[in-house]
Design a protein. Structure first.
Length: 206
């Protein structure tokens, strides 16, 4: 049964920071598993989700280039982090930091499944993400996809990082209130965790 695309509202769903939203797809992005918290937040029932393309929760505010990167990364069998704004069935939205894990059959080298684990995005880093995504979306609409890719490459080059590095760095960013507590916080800033974000350079340098 086809599902009607919801009309986005400006209502935000506040996620429980302790909970993880999990889903799993086949190699084409068809949902084969959704956790209880995924079901609760998305607003769809399990049977509405099973067998559906994962773009069922795609929010129109998301720039295409992010999903382009995701699929390039999946094809290269590399894990990836991405910040995504999702749309629930009632039109409300929620921001998530997603870890995509590509499960490969070691014998055949084929992709068995892709798992996505999502956590709430801390409020203090949202403005930076929203600004970049808004710019990318406007470029995609008014200039085109190729220009959006070039802009994103330029943005990351300026910051000397891959998209994965950018995500990891933002999540390591301390809240301003904590930063103000002592001069050490200001000097040290956020410490980026290790990550395997090499796919981006491979994708765009080819
Ligand atoms: C495991 C997995 C999880 C995904 N999770 C999301 C998600 O939470 N939100 C989303 O918009 N797209 C997600 N996608 C990407 C979608 O498959 C799709 O590429 C994206 O929504 C763009 O759809 P479109 O090409 O129809 O615009 C996921 C893909 C995979 C493989």
């Amino acid at each position: 049964m086809a599902i009607q695309r919801p009309t986005p509202t400006n209502k935000e769903i506040i996620l429980d920071p302790a909970k993880t939203i999990v889903s799993k797809t086949d190699n084409k992005g068809i949902i084969v598993y959704a956790s209880d918290y995924f079901i609760e937040i998305s607003g769809y029932s399990l049977t509405e989700l099973m067998g559906k393309p994962h773009n069922i929760i795609r929010h129109p505010d998301m720039p295409k280039v992010v999903f382009e990167m995701l699929w390039q990364s999946i094809k290269a069998k590399q894990n990836m982090h991405a910040v995504v704004k999702n749309l629930s069935k009632d039109g409300s939205y929620y921001w998530v930091m997603t870890d995509f894990k590509v499960d490969v059959n070691p014998e055949t080298g084929n992709i068995i499944a892709i798992q996505a684990s999502r956590k709430a995005v801390p409020k203090h880093i949202l403005p930076e993400i929203e600004k970049l995504y808004k710019d990318l979306l406007a470029i995609e609409k008014e200039v085109g996809m190729a220009a959006s890719v070039k802009y994103l490459v330029g943005f990351l080059e300026e910051n000397n990082m891959t998209y994965n590095d950018w995500v990891v760095k933002m999540f390591a960013k301390p809240e301003e209130s904590k930063q103000k507590k002592g001069f050490l916080g200001k000097i040290l800033g956020g410490k980026a965790a290790n990550n395997d974000g090499s796919f981006f350079s491979k994708y765009f340098n080819s």
